[in-house]
Write a protein that binds this ligand. Structure first.
Ligand SMILES: [Zn+2]
Length: 128
């Protein structure tokens, strides 16, 4: 049954997309958290420089600096995982996957429109 196959494929696509989206947002949240922590650390360093302005040494904030470096490294790692996630989704769904729904092409400008549309979403030409 071609219809059942199409429905199953559609559901599988939705599942992959949903789980990828959830994974991706988890990574993005972690990246945002790290960025906020880096921001706080930089603020702390600035405070320390100011408060100790008459006798500031880098040793006073060395720990914070290495924490910042570690967090930047973690962000890079998260971005890499995010990119891999998007690659994995593409290879599962295929690059055409998001565009495999049947389309009706505008006779005037050729834009693919959702089946059932009355007018072209691009040029407003009447369809069919
Ligand atoms: Zn059109």
């Amino acid at each position: 049954m071609a219809l059942v196959d199409n429905i199953n494929k559609g559901l599988a696509t939705i599942n992959v997309k949903t789980s990828t989206l959830m994974e991706a947002s988890k990574y993005k949240t972690q990246i945002t958290n790290r960025e906020n922590e880096i921001h706080s650390l930089k603020q702390y360093i600035g405070e320390m420089v100011y408060l100790n302005r008459s006798a500031f040494t880098l040793d006073m904030v060395r720990q914070q600096i290495s924490e910042i470096e570690a967090k930047y490294a973690a962000i890079e790692e998260l971005k890499k995982q995010l990119a891999e996630l998007e690659e994995a989704e593409k290879s599962i769904l295929g690059s055409e996957a998001s565009d495999n729904t049947p389309k009706i092409f505008c006779p005037s400008c050729g834009t693919p429109n959702e089946v059932g549309s009355k007018f072209c979403e691009k040029c407003g030409n009447k369809l069919e």
